[in-house]
Write a protein that binds this ligand. Sequence first.
Ligand SMILES: *Cc1c(COP(=O)(O)O)cnc(C)c1O
Length: 411
Amino acid sequence: MTAAPTGTGSPAATSEFLALDEHYSAHNYHPLPVVIREASGSWVTDVDGIRYLDFLAGYSALNFGHRHPDLVAAAIDQLNRVTLTSRAFHHDQFGSFCRELAELTGTEMVLPMNSGAEAVESAIKVARKWAYQVKGVPEDGAEIIVAGSNFHGRTTTIVSFSTDQEARADFGPFTPGFTAVAYGDASAVEAAITGRTAAVLVEPIQGEAGVVVPPDGYLRELRRLCDDNGVLLIADEIQSGLGRTGELLATAHDGVRADLYTLGKALGGGLLPVSAVVGRRDVLGVLRPGEHGSTFGGNPLACAVGRAVVRLLATGEFQRRSRELGAHLHARLGELVGAGVSEVRGRGLWAGVDIAEGGPTGRAASLALAERGVLCKQTQDSTLRIAPPLVISTEELDTGIDALAEVLRLG
Ligand SMILES: *Cc1c(COP(=O)(O)O)cnc(C)c1O
Protein backbone atom coordinates (compact mmCIF):
# COMPACT_ATOMS: atom_id res chain seq x y z
CA MET A 1 0.00 0.00 0.00
CA THR A 2 1.24 3.48 -0.86
CA ALA A 3 0.71 6.55 1.30
CA ALA A 4 -2.33 8.71 0.58
CA PRO A 5 -1.38 11.51 -1.81
CA THR A 6 -1.07 14.78 0.06
CA GLY A 7 1.00 16.81 -2.36
CA THR A 8 0.12 20.17 -3.74
CA GLY A 9 1.93 22.22 -6.33
CA SER A 10 3.70 19.13 -7.63
CA PRO A 11 2.84 17.91 -11.13
CA ALA A 12 2.61 14.39 -9.73
CA ALA A 13 -0.22 15.20 -7.35
CA THR A 14 -3.08 14.99 -9.87
CA SER A 15 -2.04 11.63 -11.31
CA GLU A 16 -1.68 10.11 -7.84
CA PHE A 17 -5.22 11.14 -6.90
CA LEU A 18 -6.59 9.91 -10.24
CA ALA A 19 -5.00 6.50 -9.71
CA LEU A 20 -6.50 6.26 -6.23
CA ASP A 21 -10.00 7.14 -7.48
CA GLU A 22 -9.70 4.78 -10.41
CA HIS A 23 -8.80 1.83 -8.22
CA TYR A 24 -11.05 2.26 -5.20
CA SER A 25 -14.19 4.03 -6.42
CA ALA A 26 -17.03 2.54 -8.45
CA HIS A 27 -16.77 3.73 -12.05
CA ASN A 28 -20.23 5.26 -12.32
CA TYR A 29 -18.83 8.61 -13.51
CA HIS A 30 -16.21 9.71 -16.06
CA PRO A 31 -14.90 12.96 -14.54
CA LEU A 32 -12.45 15.31 -16.19
CA PRO A 33 -8.92 14.70 -14.83
CA VAL A 34 -8.96 17.73 -12.51
CA VAL A 35 -8.58 17.14 -8.75
CA ILE A 36 -10.04 20.07 -6.84
CA ARG A 37 -8.62 21.00 -3.48
CA GLU A 38 -10.38 24.24 -2.60
CA ALA A 39 -12.83 26.76 -4.02
CA SER A 40 -14.28 30.20 -3.48
CA GLY A 41 -16.99 32.05 -5.40
CA SER A 42 -16.64 31.20 -9.10
CA TRP A 43 -13.13 29.75 -8.83
CA VAL A 44 -11.66 26.39 -7.87
CA THR A 45 -8.01 25.40 -7.30
CA ASP A 46 -6.65 21.94 -7.97
CA VAL A 47 -4.03 19.90 -6.09
CA ASP A 48 -1.32 21.19 -8.43
CA GLY A 49 -2.23 24.77 -7.54
CA ILE A 50 -3.91 25.52 -10.89
CA ARG A 51 -6.98 27.79 -10.80
CA TYR A 52 -10.08 27.21 -12.90
CA LEU A 53 -13.21 29.22 -13.55
CA ASP A 54 -16.27 27.12 -12.66
CA PHE A 55 -18.68 27.10 -15.62
CA LEU A 56 -20.82 24.23 -14.34
CA ALA A 57 -21.61 25.15 -10.72
CA GLY A 58 -22.25 21.56 -9.67
CA TYR A 59 -25.10 21.25 -12.20
CA SER A 60 -26.69 24.29 -10.49
CA ALA A 61 -26.14 23.07 -6.92
CA LEU A 62 -23.67 25.97 -6.60
CA ASN A 63 -25.90 28.81 -7.80
CA PHE A 64 -24.51 31.05 -5.02
CA GLY A 65 -20.92 30.10 -5.82
CA HIS A 66 -18.54 28.11 -3.66
CA ARG A 67 -18.75 28.76 0.08
CA HIS A 68 -20.97 31.85 -0.02
CA PRO A 69 -20.13 33.63 3.27
CA ASP A 70 -23.76 33.89 4.44
CA LEU A 71 -24.26 30.16 3.90
CA VAL A 72 -20.99 29.17 5.56
CA ALA A 73 -21.83 31.41 8.54
CA ALA A 74 -25.29 29.85 8.90
CA ALA A 75 -23.76 26.35 8.74
CA ILE A 76 -21.04 27.10 11.31
CA ASP A 77 -23.56 28.68 13.65
CA GLN A 78 -25.74 25.59 13.43
CA LEU A 79 -22.77 23.19 13.69
CA ASN A 80 -22.07 24.76 17.07
CA ARG A 81 -25.59 24.09 18.34
CA VAL A 82 -27.32 20.95 17.03
CA THR A 83 -27.03 19.10 13.71
CA LEU A 84 -29.33 16.08 13.92
CA THR A 85 -32.34 15.14 15.97
CA SER A 86 -34.14 12.71 13.64
CA ARG A 87 -37.80 13.43 13.08
CA ALA A 88 -38.61 11.62 16.32
CA PHE A 89 -38.42 15.07 17.95
CA HIS A 90 -39.06 18.64 16.87
CA HIS A 91 -36.21 21.13 16.50
CA ASP A 92 -36.16 24.90 16.35
CA GLN A 93 -35.12 25.26 12.67
CA PHE A 94 -37.70 22.95 11.13
CA GLY A 95 -40.96 24.88 11.17
CA SER A 96 -39.24 28.15 10.24
CA PHE A 97 -37.51 26.53 7.26
CA CYS A 98 -40.80 25.07 6.03
CA ARG A 99 -42.67 28.34 6.50
CA GLU A 100 -39.97 30.47 4.84
CA LEU A 101 -39.63 28.12 1.87
CA ALA A 102 -43.41 27.97 1.46
CA GLU A 103 -43.63 31.78 1.57
CA LEU A 104 -40.76 32.16 -0.91
CA THR A 105 -42.32 29.73 -3.40
CA GLY A 106 -45.93 30.79 -2.84
CA THR A 107 -46.90 27.32 -1.69
CA GLU A 108 -48.70 25.98 1.37
CA MET A 109 -46.74 22.99 2.63
CA VAL A 110 -43.22 21.59 2.56
CA LEU A 111 -41.88 18.04 2.74
CA PRO A 112 -38.10 18.21 3.32
CA MET A 113 -35.89 15.42 1.99
CA ASN A 114 -32.18 15.18 1.07
CA SER A 115 -31.33 14.32 -2.53
CA GLY A 116 -33.23 15.39 -5.62
CA ALA A 117 -34.15 11.82 -6.47
CA GLU A 118 -35.73 11.45 -3.02
CA ALA A 119 -37.82 14.55 -3.61
CA VAL A 120 -39.04 13.11 -6.93
CA GLU A 121 -39.76 9.73 -5.31
CA SER A 122 -41.68 11.53 -2.58
CA ALA A 123 -43.73 13.52 -5.09
CA ILE A 124 -44.59 10.29 -6.92
CA LYS A 125 -45.75 8.65 -3.68
CA VAL A 126 -47.82 11.69 -2.70
CA ALA A 127 -49.43 11.93 -6.17
CA ARG A 128 -50.36 8.24 -6.12
CA LYS A 129 -51.84 8.46 -2.63
CA TRP A 130 -53.77 11.60 -3.66
CA ALA A 131 -55.10 9.72 -6.71
CA TYR A 132 -56.48 6.87 -4.57
CA GLN A 133 -57.75 8.92 -1.66
CA VAL A 134 -59.02 12.07 -3.34
CA LYS A 135 -59.52 11.31 -7.03
CA GLY A 136 -60.85 7.77 -6.46
CA VAL A 137 -58.53 5.87 -8.80
CA PRO A 138 -58.89 2.08 -8.23
CA GLU A 139 -56.17 0.44 -6.11
CA ASP A 140 -52.74 0.12 -7.79
CA GLY A 141 -54.08 1.68 -10.99
CA ALA A 142 -52.57 5.19 -10.77
CA GLU A 143 -50.69 6.39 -13.83
CA ILE A 144 -48.16 9.19 -14.12
CA ILE A 145 -47.36 10.81 -17.46
CA VAL A 146 -43.73 11.83 -17.98
CA ALA A 147 -41.74 13.31 -20.87
CA GLY A 148 -39.28 11.60 -23.18
CA SER A 149 -35.61 12.47 -22.55
CA ASN A 150 -36.48 13.30 -18.94
CA PHE A 151 -33.98 13.31 -16.11
CA HIS A 152 -35.39 12.97 -12.60
CA GLY A 153 -32.67 10.99 -10.80
CA ARG A 154 -31.23 7.52 -10.44
CA THR A 155 -33.42 5.36 -8.19
CA THR A 156 -34.95 2.16 -9.55
CA THR A 157 -38.43 3.71 -9.83
CA ILE A 158 -37.11 6.85 -11.52
CA VAL A 159 -34.97 4.99 -14.07
CA SER A 160 -38.08 2.88 -14.75
CA PHE A 161 -39.51 5.83 -16.70
CA SER A 162 -36.25 7.14 -18.15
CA THR A 163 -35.97 6.92 -21.95
CA ASP A 164 -32.16 6.80 -21.75
CA GLN A 165 -31.03 3.19 -22.33
CA GLU A 166 -27.73 3.77 -20.54
CA ALA A 167 -29.60 4.79 -17.39
CA ARG A 168 -31.87 1.71 -17.53
CA ALA A 169 -29.98 -1.26 -19.00
CA ASP A 170 -29.64 -4.18 -16.58
CA PHE A 171 -31.45 -2.34 -13.77
CA GLY A 172 -34.86 -3.98 -14.25
CA PRO A 173 -37.41 -5.18 -13.32
CA PHE A 174 -38.93 -1.74 -13.54
CA THR A 175 -41.71 0.01 -11.62
CA PRO A 176 -44.93 0.13 -13.67
CA GLY A 177 -47.41 3.00 -13.82
CA PHE A 178 -45.59 5.51 -16.03
CA THR A 179 -46.28 6.65 -19.60
CA ALA A 180 -43.63 8.63 -21.47
CA VAL A 181 -44.64 10.97 -24.30
CA ALA A 182 -42.53 13.38 -26.37
CA TYR A 183 -41.33 16.47 -24.49
CA GLY A 184 -42.88 19.70 -25.71
CA ASP A 185 -45.96 18.00 -27.20
CA ALA A 186 -49.04 18.88 -25.13
CA SER A 187 -51.40 17.00 -27.47
CA ALA A 188 -49.45 13.78 -26.74
CA VAL A 189 -50.06 14.38 -23.03
CA GLU A 190 -53.74 14.96 -23.75
CA ALA A 191 -53.94 11.67 -25.65
CA ALA A 192 -52.21 9.82 -22.78
CA ILE A 193 -54.53 11.10 -20.02
CA THR A 194 -57.01 8.52 -18.72
CA GLY A 195 -59.37 8.38 -15.74
CA ARG A 196 -56.49 6.83 -13.80
CA THR A 197 -53.97 9.59 -14.43
CA ALA A 198 -52.69 10.96 -11.13
CA ALA A 199 -50.10 13.43 -12.39
CA VAL A 200 -48.05 14.87 -15.20
CA LEU A 201 -44.39 15.10 -14.11
CA VAL A 202 -42.22 17.43 -16.16
CA GLU A 203 -39.05 19.54 -16.12
CA PRO A 204 -39.93 23.13 -17.15
CA ILE A 205 -36.59 23.09 -19.01
CA GLN A 206 -34.80 19.76 -19.53
CA GLY A 207 -31.29 20.24 -18.16
CA GLU A 208 -29.68 16.85 -18.65
CA ALA A 209 -31.22 16.51 -22.13
CA GLY A 210 -29.20 19.58 -23.19
CA VAL A 211 -30.99 22.59 -21.65
CA VAL A 212 -34.04 22.04 -23.84
CA VAL A 213 -36.63 24.83 -23.61
CA PRO A 214 -40.10 23.59 -24.58
CA PRO A 215 -42.23 25.43 -27.18
CA ASP A 216 -44.03 28.54 -26.01
CA GLY A 217 -47.40 27.67 -24.50
CA TYR A 218 -46.47 24.04 -23.65
CA LEU A 219 -46.52 24.49 -19.87
CA ARG A 220 -49.70 26.59 -20.01
CA GLU A 221 -51.37 23.87 -22.06
CA LEU A 222 -50.25 21.21 -19.57
CA ARG A 223 -51.75 23.34 -16.78
CA ARG A 224 -55.06 23.55 -18.65
CA LEU A 225 -55.13 19.80 -19.37
CA CYS A 226 -54.41 19.00 -15.71
CA ASP A 227 -57.15 21.38 -14.54
CA ASP A 228 -59.71 19.99 -17.01
CA ASN A 229 -58.96 16.37 -16.09
CA GLY A 230 -58.37 16.51 -12.33
CA VAL A 231 -54.67 15.68 -12.75
CA LEU A 232 -51.78 17.07 -10.69
CA LEU A 233 -49.05 19.05 -12.43
CA ILE A 234 -45.66 18.28 -10.85
CA ALA A 235 -42.80 20.55 -11.93
CA ASP A 236 -39.32 19.15 -11.30
CA GLU A 237 -37.42 22.40 -10.63
CA ILE A 238 -34.42 20.70 -9.04
CA GLN A 239 -32.09 22.08 -11.73
CA SER A 240 -34.19 24.85 -13.31
CA GLY A 241 -35.34 26.43 -10.05
CA LEU A 242 -33.90 28.76 -7.41
CA GLY A 243 -32.65 31.51 -9.70
CA ARG A 244 -30.95 29.59 -12.49
CA THR A 245 -33.23 30.85 -15.29
CA GLY A 246 -33.65 34.40 -14.00
CA GLU A 247 -36.81 33.60 -12.04
CA LEU A 248 -37.20 31.84 -8.72
CA LEU A 249 -39.03 29.05 -10.56
CA ALA A 250 -38.70 28.42 -14.30
CA THR A 251 -42.45 27.81 -14.58
CA ALA A 252 -42.91 31.54 -13.81
CA HIS A 253 -41.65 32.45 -17.30
CA ASP A 254 -44.92 30.98 -18.58
CA GLY A 255 -47.05 32.29 -15.74
CA VAL A 256 -47.76 28.71 -14.70
CA ARG A 257 -48.15 27.36 -11.15
CA ALA A 258 -47.63 23.66 -10.49
CA ASP A 259 -49.53 21.71 -7.81
CA LEU A 260 -46.26 20.24 -6.54
CA TYR A 261 -42.68 21.34 -7.14
CA THR A 262 -39.57 19.30 -6.47
CA LEU A 263 -36.60 21.39 -5.35
CA GLY A 264 -33.03 20.32 -4.62
CA LYS A 265 -29.50 21.11 -5.79
CA ALA A 266 -29.14 24.85 -4.92
CA LEU A 267 -31.50 24.45 -1.95
CA GLY A 268 -28.49 23.12 -0.02
CA GLY A 269 -26.38 26.11 -1.09
CA GLY A 270 -23.64 23.79 -2.34
CA LEU A 271 -22.89 22.87 1.29
CA LEU A 272 -24.98 19.75 1.80
CA PRO A 273 -27.84 17.86 0.18
CA VAL A 274 -31.20 19.50 0.86
CA SER A 275 -34.31 18.80 -1.20
CA ALA A 276 -38.03 19.28 -0.77
CA VAL A 277 -41.44 18.77 -2.26
CA VAL A 278 -43.47 21.96 -1.93
CA GLY A 279 -47.06 22.53 -2.96
CA ARG A 280 -50.74 22.41 -2.17
CA ARG A 281 -51.95 21.58 1.33
CA ASP A 282 -54.75 19.34 0.05
CA VAL A 283 -52.16 17.26 -1.84
CA LEU A 284 -49.15 17.04 0.52
CA GLY A 285 -51.68 16.79 3.32
CA VAL A 286 -52.59 13.21 2.31
CA LEU A 287 -49.48 11.90 4.12
CA ARG A 288 -50.09 10.57 7.65
CA PRO A 289 -47.52 9.65 10.33
CA GLY A 290 -45.59 6.50 9.49
CA GLU A 291 -46.30 6.59 5.75
CA HIS A 292 -43.16 8.34 4.57
CA GLY A 293 -39.94 9.61 6.10
CA SER A 294 -36.19 10.07 6.12
CA THR A 295 -33.65 9.96 8.96
CA PHE A 296 -31.80 12.99 7.64
CA GLY A 297 -34.62 14.87 5.86
CA GLY A 298 -35.23 18.25 7.48
CA ASN A 299 -32.30 17.94 9.91
CA PRO A 300 -31.26 21.09 11.83
CA LEU A 301 -28.12 21.71 9.77
CA ALA A 302 -29.99 21.29 6.48
CA CYS A 303 -32.79 23.57 7.67
CA ALA A 304 -30.40 26.27 8.88
CA VAL A 305 -28.56 26.27 5.53
CA GLY A 306 -31.88 26.08 3.65
CA ARG A 307 -33.13 29.12 5.57
CA ALA A 308 -30.00 31.05 4.58
CA VAL A 309 -30.57 30.01 0.94
CA VAL A 310 -34.16 31.27 1.16
CA ARG A 311 -32.89 34.60 2.55
CA LEU A 312 -30.49 34.99 -0.39
CA LEU A 313 -33.22 34.22 -2.91
CA ALA A 314 -35.74 36.51 -1.21
CA THR A 315 -33.56 39.52 -2.11
CA GLY A 316 -34.13 38.81 -5.81
CA GLU A 317 -30.48 39.68 -6.46
CA PHE A 318 -29.54 36.27 -7.84
CA GLN A 319 -32.56 36.12 -10.14
CA ARG A 320 -31.65 39.60 -11.42
CA ARG A 321 -28.00 38.62 -11.94
CA SER A 322 -29.10 35.53 -13.86
CA ARG A 323 -31.35 37.61 -16.12
CA GLU A 324 -28.72 40.29 -16.81
CA LEU A 325 -25.68 38.04 -17.12
CA GLY A 326 -27.83 35.54 -19.02
CA ALA A 327 -28.75 38.16 -21.63
CA HIS A 328 -25.03 38.82 -22.11
CA LEU A 329 -24.20 35.10 -22.25
CA HIS A 330 -26.87 34.36 -24.84
CA ALA A 331 -25.97 37.39 -26.97
CA ARG A 332 -22.35 36.24 -27.10
CA LEU A 333 -23.15 32.55 -27.62
CA GLY A 334 -25.55 33.52 -30.40
CA GLU A 335 -22.56 35.00 -32.26
CA LEU A 336 -20.87 31.59 -32.20
CA VAL A 337 -23.66 29.92 -34.18
CA GLY A 338 -21.99 29.14 -37.51
CA ALA A 339 -18.52 29.40 -35.89
CA GLY A 340 -18.25 25.93 -34.41
CA VAL A 341 -21.71 25.98 -32.81
CA SER A 342 -24.88 24.68 -34.44
CA GLU A 343 -27.45 25.72 -31.84
CA VAL A 344 -27.75 27.42 -28.46
CA ARG A 345 -30.69 27.02 -26.09
CA GLY A 346 -31.48 28.14 -22.58
CA ARG A 347 -32.74 30.83 -20.28
CA GLY A 348 -30.93 33.13 -17.89
CA LEU A 349 -27.39 32.12 -17.00
CA TRP A 350 -27.95 28.62 -18.36
CA ALA A 351 -27.18 27.38 -21.87
CA GLY A 352 -26.93 24.21 -23.90
CA VAL A 353 -24.38 24.70 -26.67
CA ASP A 354 -24.53 22.18 -29.51
CA ILE A 355 -21.12 21.68 -31.10
CA ALA A 356 -21.31 21.80 -34.90
CA GLU A 357 -20.67 18.67 -36.94
CA GLY A 358 -16.97 18.16 -37.61
CA GLY A 359 -16.11 19.86 -34.31
CA PRO A 360 -14.69 18.16 -31.23
CA THR A 361 -16.75 15.76 -29.14
CA GLY A 362 -18.28 17.24 -26.01
CA ARG A 363 -15.64 15.53 -23.91
CA ALA A 364 -12.76 16.74 -26.08
CA ALA A 365 -14.14 20.29 -25.92
CA SER A 366 -14.47 20.04 -22.12
CA LEU A 367 -10.86 18.83 -21.85
CA ALA A 368 -9.65 21.64 -24.11
CA LEU A 369 -11.55 24.16 -21.98
CA ALA A 370 -10.02 22.75 -18.80
CA GLU A 371 -6.58 23.25 -20.36
CA ARG A 372 -7.56 26.90 -20.80
CA GLY A 373 -8.68 27.13 -17.17
CA VAL A 374 -12.45 26.78 -17.59
CA LEU A 375 -14.46 23.88 -16.16
CA CYS A 376 -17.63 22.66 -17.79
CA LYS A 377 -18.94 19.30 -18.93
CA GLN A 378 -20.79 17.86 -21.88
CA THR A 379 -24.30 16.55 -21.55
CA GLN A 380 -25.25 14.12 -24.28
CA ASP A 381 -22.38 13.59 -26.71
CA SER A 382 -21.94 16.95 -28.34
CA THR A 383 -23.67 19.49 -26.13
CA LEU A 384 -21.89 21.62 -23.53
CA ARG A 385 -23.96 22.69 -20.52
CA ILE A 386 -22.96 26.19 -19.40
CA ALA A 387 -24.21 27.03 -15.90
CA PRO A 388 -21.80 29.37 -14.10
CA PRO A 389 -22.39 30.36 -10.48
CA LEU A 390 -24.79 33.31 -10.36
CA VAL A 391 -22.14 35.32 -8.46
CA ILE A 392 -19.83 35.38 -11.50
CA SER A 393 -18.77 38.81 -12.80
CA THR A 394 -19.30 39.96 -16.39
CA GLU A 395 -15.53 39.99 -16.86
CA GLU A 396 -15.16 36.41 -15.63
CA LEU A 397 -18.07 35.34 -17.79
CA ASP A 398 -16.37 36.87 -20.82
CA THR A 399 -13.12 35.06 -19.99
CA GLY A 400 -14.97 31.75 -20.06
CA ILE A 401 -16.89 32.55 -23.25
CA ASP A 402 -13.65 33.64 -24.98
CA ALA A 403 -12.09 30.28 -24.12
CA LEU A 404 -15.19 28.47 -25.36
CA ALA A 405 -15.18 30.45 -28.62
CA GLU A 406 -11.52 29.61 -29.18
CA VAL A 407 -11.95 25.89 -28.46
CA LEU A 408 -14.94 25.53 -30.77
CA ARG A 409 -13.49 27.71 -33.52
CA LEU A 410 -10.28 25.70 -33.58
CA GLY A 411 -12.41 22.54 -33.73
C1 LIG B 1 -30.15 16.51 -10.49
C2 LIG B 1 -31.60 16.29 -10.78
C3 LIG B 1 -32.35 15.34 -10.09
C4 LIG B 1 -31.73 14.37 -9.11
O1 LIG B 1 -31.11 15.00 -8.05
P1 LIG B 1 -30.03 14.19 -7.16
O2 LIG B 1 -29.75 15.12 -6.01
O3 LIG B 1 -28.84 13.95 -8.03
O4 LIG B 1 -30.69 12.93 -6.74
C5 LIG B 1 -33.70 15.25 -10.37
N1 LIG B 1 -34.28 16.06 -11.27
C6 LIG B 1 -33.60 16.99 -11.96
C7 LIG B 1 -34.31 17.85 -12.94
C8 LIG B 1 -32.23 17.12 -11.74
O5 LIG B 1 -31.52 18.02 -12.45
